[in-house]
Design a protein around this ligand. Structure first.
Ligand code: FAD
Length: 449
């Protein structure tokens, strides 16, 4: 019996194959983790084997804790194995100006500091793991404006960054975008943000799983947690294959969170579909014809934004939002729509074939920012989730931070309030898919030029 989720059961069924470029090009794990059969006691049980869960597992295992990660699919089944690989900042839909109004200047700066720390954490891990899947050319993000109105919004953002962080960033006009190899009839200007780098997300995740296994953690793929109870100071996880009894629990399920696993989750998350296509390698002549040669991680100014980057071998990875149900049939229709959007932005590449396309769940919530904190009164169960589509860096940082909190190495007061503030359930939470559908109609209007 599938667990209750708010989308089509297809979308969270790990037996459904993805046509993902990352899956096709990943370096296999050194270890082959096996599902967990029977009963197992441990210090910490972690539900979810993505960046959050595996970073927590790695840190805890290195500290000598007995850790079990229960992952419903294979390692990489969730968003961590199928994202755009932008290791960049933000895990919130709030602007810095909004954060400053709500939490003050110091807290706003702390948010940015943490995000920078998160990017460096991933960069250091990847360097240590000997991965070279990104190139310096993929450093930094390029934000592009799809209308003159949105260029003014970008100017506002530049002013906020100056005001809050003292950063001096420059707005480029259309011609200057062309000079850096970022030409498209759709874009009227842009700004380079100095953070982040592009990576191969599944290679990073595989390396994490190997490192956590080497440190002594038990990583259990194809082990779905179907029920969570508390008894005699323990968390009892009933899985598809047995039972895990743990002194402490970490919930790291983000957009794949099932209703009521654990009970706290009910009605609190709003998963949303994000879709990606990857083309065949685009030759340097074809790149020159379009005028797009930059490897910057790029996103546009739409609310239903596009995010894209040229991969090291010349393929273009292009992502966007707008699909609603997670159903396979809808995914097929939406990928055609996404391709039409790609053609509008890169008209010279209309003949360039799409080799791969897939989708996955990001996670939104009511407070419009990730949540990290305890979820029971005894503070033996913790969660970190709702990265709002930007969790490569922040999920990694949050997994490690959860581990440090559980070990008593860090105080929750050191975590920015934006993240630790409660994550309340949505009102009439059964209407969540409808909220999103209605919002998308409205967003499409706002996104018009
Ligand atoms: C298409 C797409 C593109 C994206 N692009 C970017 C990007 O470029 N940059 C960026 O920063 N972020 C991006 N994101 C978001 C980013 O991938 C996520 O924020 C991040 O991976 C979340 O990591 P996580 O470990 O918290 O969750 P996930 O990686 O989603 O892992 C959660 C895991 O929990 C498991 N699970 C759920 N319920 C159970 C259960 N009951 N029992 C056992 N296991 C369970 C799931 O199988 C899943 O594997 C993108 C996401 C998507 C879908």
């Amino acid at each position: 019996m599938p667990l209750k989720r708010i989308y089509h059961p297809n979308a969270a069924d790990p037996t459904v194959k993805t046509n993902s470029w990352w899956e096709a090009s990943a370096t296999p794990m050194l270890h082959t983790p096996a599902p967990l059969n029977g009963s197992r006691d441990c210090d910490v049980a972690i539900i979810g084997g993505g960046f959050t869960g595996l970073n927590a597992a790695l840190y805890l295992a290195k500290a000598g804790m007995d850790v079990v990660v229960a992952e419903a699919g294979h390692i990489g089944w969730g968003a961590s194995g199928r994202n755009g690989g932008f290791c960049a900042n933000t895990s919130t839909k709030k602007s810095l100006a909004d954060i400053k109004i709500r939490y003050g200047l110091e807290q706003t700066r702390a948010v940015v500091r943490v995000q920078e720390e998160a990017i460096e954490l991933v960069r250091d891990f990847i360097a240590e793991a000997g991965q070279t899947s990104h190139t310096p050319a993929e450093n930094a993000e390029l934000a592009v404006a799809h209308s003159h109105r949105h260029l003014n919004e970008l100017r506002k953002e530049r002013d906020e960054l100056k005001d809050i962080l003292g950063l001096d960033l420059r707005i480029m006009d259309k011609a200057e975008l062309g000079d850096i190899g970022a030409s498209s009839p759709d874009f009227h200007g842009g700004m380079i943000l100095p953070w982040g780098f592009g990576l191969h997300p599944l290679n990073y995740l595989h390396a994490l799983a190997d490192a956590a296994t080497d440190a002594g953690a038990t990583i259990s793929p194809r082990t779905e947690v179907q029920q969570v109870n508390e008894s005699a100071g323990h968390h009892i996880l009933t899985t598809s294959r047995g039972e895990i009894r743990a002194k402490k629990l970490i919930v790291a399920t983000n957009g794949y969170t099932a209703e009521s696993i654990p009970q706290w989750s009910k009605g609190r998350t709003l998963p949303a579909v994000s879709s990606i296509l990857v083309t065949r390698p685009i030759t340097s002549d074809e790149q020159a014809e379009q005028g797009w040669t930059t490897h910057h991680m790029t996103y546009d100014s739409r609310i239903l934004l596009h995010y894209f980057r040229l991969l090291p071998d010349g393929r273009m990875m292009f992502g966007g939002r707008g699909a609603n149900s997670g159903d396979q049939a809808e995914q097929a229709a939406f990928s055609l729509d996404l391709r039409r959007q790609f053609d509008d932005i890169f008209p010279a590449w209309r003949q360039v074939e799409t080799d791969y396309n897939w989708s996955g769940f990001i996670c939104l919530n009511r407070k419009k920012a990730q949540f990290l904190g305890p979820i029971n009164d005894e503070q033996t169960a913790w969660a970190s989730l709702a990265y709002h589509g930007s969790g490569v860096a922040m999920a990694s940082w949050s997994g490690r931070t959860l581990a440090q909190l559980l070990l008593g190495e860090r105080s929750i007061l050191e975590v920015p309030k934006l993240y630790t503030e409660k994550m309340l359930p949505f009102p009439m939470s059964f209407l969540r898919p409808l909220y999103l559908k209605a919002a998308y109609v409205w967003f499409r209007r706002l996104d018009r030029k």
